[in-house]
Design a protein around this ligand. Structure first.
Ligand code: UFG
Length: 324
């Protein structure tokens, strides 16, 4: 299949591009490189452009006939979205609307969309399935939920087939060590822990040790980025069989505390990773763990790298390579 990957130069997008290429699909990447990296795209065809630029999107669809689109372009920092909500709604919601309109004009009727566990807000219970209420507590989460609603409406009105994949905590890197997570600034736990292991100028902080969890730190469901990649290909196949709009939660169904992650990273790196306890970070729920049953059953998706030590080991290969 010929697939347009919007945001294919970013962390998750670049792993999906590599996975699609490896599985024999033809990929065109469209990315404004605001947070992504040109070198992460590898040998895939690259077009620099912005989803806020409708003319550029129309030109892209005029030049190529795509079977499906995967859409990773987004501003994605929860804290920043609270401070700059208009920027988030403009980029994420308006940008996606531009993309959907360009797809409709070009007759492209399949989309895999990057959604997030942030659509749930504060969880009502520990295992979050697709029927859990959606009450986002940040403009970032709200922007993703608005897009899910647009996709549901587009299914009814225009026959768009789409799958929204709600990622829990994407982590790890391709085992080759050639691509990985590289944000500036870095806010995510595992990269920050590994930067501390490398002795870089990061003072590792653990945000809160008074949560109602087994060691007082937050519990998250870390899912390997290549397992997310395989879910995207499964979603594309799923849309061949099924009409309409569908959502899937993507996680391992197992949670690890911040301290468990640090201990696993100590084991992997052999380094004594120092940290300090700091205030809770605004908007962090105590526990976020997915029930991935629906994706396993309906898409026959099976995550391969589920052990936190193995996940961190792949991330470590990448960090050692780029930061030394
Ligand atoms: N944490 C630290 N120190 C750090 C970084 C993180 O203690 O330096 C803690 C956080 O407080 C949290 C856990 O580690 O408890 C994981 O934090 P991340 O920033 O790695 O990930 P989040 O759980 O905040 O973010 C994820 C996704 C977002 C999504 C969000 C929904 O990356 O896209 O879940 O809550 F919006």
């Amino acid at each position: 299949m010929k697939v347009l990957v919007c945001g294919g130069a970013g962390y998750i997008g670049s792993h999906v591009v590599r996975y699609l290429n490896t599985n024999g699909h033809e990929v065109v990447v469209f990315d404004n490189l605001s947070t992504g990296h040109r070198e992460a795209v590898g040998m895939a065809q690259f077009v620099k452009g912005d989803i806020l630029d409708s003319a550029a999107l129309n030109e892209l669809f005029a030049n190529c006939r795509f079977d499906a689109v995967m859409h990773f372009c987004a501003l994605s920092q929860v804290g920043e979205s609270v401070v700059e909500p208009y920027r988030y709604y403009h980029n994420n919601v308006v940008g996606t609307l531009n993309l959907l309109q360009a797809m409709r004009a070009a007759g492209v009727r399949k989309l895999v969309f990057s959604s997030t566990a942030a659509v749930f807000g504060n969880p009502e219970h520990d295992f979050i399935d697709e029927n859990h209420s959606t009450r986002p507590i940040s403009p970032y989460g709200a922007s993703k939920l608005m897009i899910e609603r647009m996709l549901a409406d587009a299914a009814g009105a225009y026959g768009l087939r789409s799958v929204a994949l709600r990622y829990f905590n994407a982590a790890g890197a391709d085992p080759s060590g050639e691509i990985g997570e590289l944000h500036e600034p870095e806010t995510h736990l595992i990269p920050n822990v590994l930067l501390a292991a490398l002795g870089k100028d990061v003072e590792l902080k653990v945000f809160g040790n008074d949560y109602p969890t087994r060691d007082g730190t937050c519990v998250r469901d870390y899912i390997h980025v290549n397992d997310l990649a395989s879910a995207h290909l499964k979603a594309m196949h799923f849309m061949n069989e099924r009409e309409g709009f569908h959502v899937f939660n993507l996680g391992n169904g197992r949670g690890f505390t911040v301290l468990e992650v640090i201990n696993a990273a100590r084991y992997v790196t052999g380094e004594n990773i120092n940290f300090k306890y700091a205030q809770r970070r605004t908007g962090d729920p105590a526990v976020l763990v997915a029930s991935g049953d629906k994706a396993r059953m309906l898409m026959e998706w099976t995550p391969q790298v589920t052990d936190i030590t193995d996940i961190i080991e792949t991330a470590w290969r990448w960090h050692r390579r780029i930061k030394h």
